[in-house]
Write a protein that binds this ligand. Structure first.
Ligand SMILES: [Cu+2]
Ligand SMILES: [Zn+2]
Length: 198
């Protein structure tokens, strides 16, 4: 038979054990939720608001072109990072167009994304008042190597709004964007890829 004292110490022992287990579970779940918070910020600590991908494919003018662009909207802006294969050497006008499709050899992509109805330009240097919202400049191709490209623009978004590029297409042109009016004289459309939210 257990004495009253034995029973009391049994309750104390298991009571403390139960308390420790509860504390451990709480601690683990706190660490877990902190990790989630960390994952929703980029390496600089800017909060990630939305992500998207675009798979780039050549039109019949350059069927060997392929590529992938990752997009990340953060509180710092819209970050875009791309890798391309088989982009012909030289400069190629590179824009986000206003259409919602890459059909008809990229013609369905329509004109440059231009919600404010302003002149053509180079968005990274001339800003939203003097460039279409889709005027990304040029892509520097190298036939022998993978083409890397990256740009961050404050003001473009993936979340809904006037300057949201979600479900719009990237277009790679045959010729350089020479910044002339009305659209940079960049010629034919050699590759296209829709920006698709993740
Ligand atoms: Cu274009
Ligand atoms: Zn333009």
């Amino acid at each position: 038979m257990q004495s009253t004292r034995d029973r009391q110490s049994w309750f104390v022992k298991y009571g403390i054990l139960a308390l420790l287990i509860t504390m451990l579970i709480t601690l683990v779940s706190c660490v877990g939720s902190n990790k989630t918070t960390v994952e929703n910020r980029d390496s600089r600590g800017a909060k990630i608001l939305a992500t998207a991908q675009a798979t780039i494919a050549g039109t019949s003018l350059a069927p060997a072109i392929s590529g992938n662009i990752s997009l990340e909207e953060t509180t710092a802006g819209l970050g875009m990072r791309g890798t391309f294969e088989n982009v012909p050497a030289g400069m190629h006008g590179f824009h986000i167009h206003e259409g919602e499709s890459c059909a008809e050899e990229g013609k369905a992509a329509g004109g440059h994304f231009n919600p404010r109805g302003v002149v053509h330009g180079h968005l990274p240097s001339t800003g939203f008042e003097n460039a279409h919202a889709g005027d990304l400049g040029n892509l520097q191709g190298s036939a022998k190597a993978t083409t890397e490209w990256a740009l961050e623009i404050s003001g473009l978004t993936l979340t809904p709004g006037e300057f949201s590029v979600a479900n719009r297409p990237f277009i790679v042109h045959a010729d350089p964007d020479d910044l002339s009016q009305p659209t940079g004289n960049a010629g034919a459309r050699i590759a296209c890829g829709m920006i698709t939210l993740q």
